[in-house]
Design a protein around this ligand. Structure first.
Ligand code: NI
Length: 172
């Protein structure tokens, strides 16, 4: 089991869009294993490659619903969506972030599996929310970009204070 370091806000690399996955090889399988280990250990319900410093279009998730277990989405796209749902979202890259975000309630998706085969599917409920949150990561968009400017500046200020404190503690 290998745990990867999770990149946290305000690291600018989180704002950089990810490139498509082209090689469905052993290195990809290893990355997916390490990402899922890291997600479960955190613990979290989703983790995008960009959050461990790899700018490739893939993410892992586990909604902990219906015993579906680990879900892996490579080169994912949303081809349709309808309805709206509001959810209190957190993010492994946004320490102590917890804000209501509005997302599509139902989405139809297309993606590739670990072996490269193309799949289509439909998601709703919490799984649809996680999918949209993680897909945002691949486009350099954070949950903080989905809330009001006031809430965003409050969170940013709080987080920058926290980072400063952590640095001071580290340097004793
Ligand atoms: Ni996130």
């Amino acid at each position: 089991m290998a745990l990867l370091e999770i990149v946290k806000f305000p690291d600018p690399s989180l704002k950089k869009p990810s490139e498509p996955v082209a090689e469905f090889d052993e290195a990809l399988s290893r990355l997916i294993r390490d990402m899922s280990d890291t997600m479960y250990a955190a613990p979290g319900v989703g983790l995008a490659a960009v959050q461990v410093g790899v700018h490739r279009r893939l993410f892992v998730m586990d909604s902990r619903e219906e015993d579906l277990g680990l879900e892996v989405y490579i080169n994912p796209v949303i081809v349709g969506g309808e309805g709206e749902v509001e959810t209190e979202e957190g993010c492994l890259s946004l320490p102590d972030f917890n804000e209501t975000v509005t997302r599509k309630a139902r989405i139809t998706i297309r993606y590739q599996k670990v072996d490269g085969t193309l799949e289509e599917g439909a998601l709703n409920g919490f799984r649809a929310v996680i999918f949209q949150h993680e897909l945002d990561h691949l486009n350099g968009i954070l949950a903080t970009d989905r809330i009001s400017r006031l809430k965003r500046s409050l969170y940013t200020r709080r987080r920058l204070r926290q980072v400063k404190q952590e640095k001071q503690e580290k340097h004793g």
